[in-house]
Design a protein around this ligand. Structure first.
Ligand SMILES: NC(=O)c1ccc[n+]([C@@H]2O[C@H](COP(=O)([O-])OP(=O)(O)OC[C@H]3O[C@@H](n4cnc5c(N)ncnc54)[C@H](OP(=O)(O)O)[C@@H]3O)[C@@H](O)[C@H]2O)c1
Length: 309
């Protein structure tokens, strides 16, 4: 339910472009209501060339806190007064907190969000082997999280050698266990084998950070795609965990195939909820934020009543 808005109501929100599809307003407004905070959280579309002005304006109207989503996570990092050590290391900000001396402090709660379901699972990841598919913005946060978990080897599978090398170079000093894995996605030639298979066969954790398999209003076939070919899927050890950052559809084709092999399957919804909860803790100073209400609101937004089978 939307909190009632008065002349006292404070503002928080998420900056992105486009941002109308974001689940964050539903999640945060549910939490704000349960906490009894007289704030409202809005999706705030912002063009890249207006970001600096938008941040100044939101500070001027006493905005209590912001999330940042695509495509602004890197650009916003350059507009902050200070960065947390993690945001500085990643060069990406998803959470802005007001700085006491003016301006914004940038942080990155994607790492904490990604880690939460893995830690809740109670497995020991120390020394374990991980494979990461994709080398874009979220792959960097995933690598930082896997380093924090103590993974002994992290293999980064990318289809673009230049981007892969750039990511490796920028992580090398804090992720010495990171290695490049050549990957030529073969999803249209399912019978060919690829160099990824042997890495998958040894992996305890496989993370998909590509958008392959994400539902798309403009591409009806998108949701049925899988980033791994059937041969690669067969290499997955049944005792491994497969973690897909995507949460629409639920399950993704990758997770459905992994679960059919007996693997543990995690999707990105809990990451989304937990990164939001970590941001709200910082803005509000309240540690016990209502994570269950945030999760329920996100789920309701994904499958509104009457849309189920
Ligand atoms: N659950 C959450 O809270 C959460 C948080 C962040 C992101 N996500 C999800 O994670 C996904 C990636 O986000 P991002 O910000 O990292 O995106 P990004 O920066 O655009 O990176 C995407 C990566 O996937 C690769 N890729 C794209 N299409 C591919 C294909 N057909 N085959 C193989 N590789 C492909 C890209 O390679 P090229 O560079 O060669 O194109 C790039 O390395 C999105 O689906 C996003 O919704 C979820």
């Amino acid at each position: 339910m939307t909190p009632s808005i008065s002349g006292h109501t404070a503002l928080a929100g998420v900056l992105g472009n486009p941002v109308h599809h974001s689940l964050s307003p539903a999640m945060h407004n549910a939490a704000l209501e349960e906490l009894g905070l007289d704030w409202v959280y809005l999706a705030l579309p912002a063009a890249a060339d207006q970001l600096e002005a938008v941040l100044r304006g939101l500070e001027a109207v006493d905005c209590r806190g912001l999330n940042v989503t695509l495509p602004h996570k890197q650009a916003v990092a350059g507009l902050c007064r200070t960065l947390s050590p993690l945001a500085e290391r990643l060069g990406a900000v998803n959470t802005l907190v007001r700085h006491p001396q003016g301006g914004w402090r940038g942080d990155n709660t994607d790492v904490a969000g990604f880690l939460a379901p893995l830690r809740a699972g109670g497995r020991d990841w120390q020394g374990k082997r991980a494979v990461v598919l994709g080398c874009g913005g979220s792959a960097r946060a995933v690598v930082a999280a896997l380093v924090e978990l103590g993974c002994g080897s992290i293999e980064l599978a990318g289809r673009n050698a230049a981007k892969q090398e750039a990511l490796l170079a920028s992580c090398r000093c804090w992720a010495p266990q990171l290695e490049a894995l050549t990957w030529q996605p073969q999803t249209t030639q399912p019978c060919q084998s690829t160099g990824l298979e042997s890495a998958l066969a040894e992996a305890s954790l496989v993370v998909n950070t590509t958008p392959v398999g994400m539902a798309s209003a403009s591409d009806p076939g998108a949701a049925s795609r899988c980033p791994l070919s059937p041969v690669e899927l067969e290499a997955l050890p049944p005792q491994s965990c497969v973690y897909d950052l995507i949460y629409t559809p639920r399950p993704t084709a990758l997770l459905a195939a992994a679960a059919a092999r007996g693997c543990e399957a995690l999707d990105g919804l809990e990451m989304l909820v937990q990164q939001g909860a970590a941001a709200l803790r910082q803005w509000s100073g309240i540690d016990a934020v209502p994570v269950a209400a945030m999760r329920a609101a996100a789920l309701a937004q994904l499958s509104p009543p009457g849309t189920g089978p």
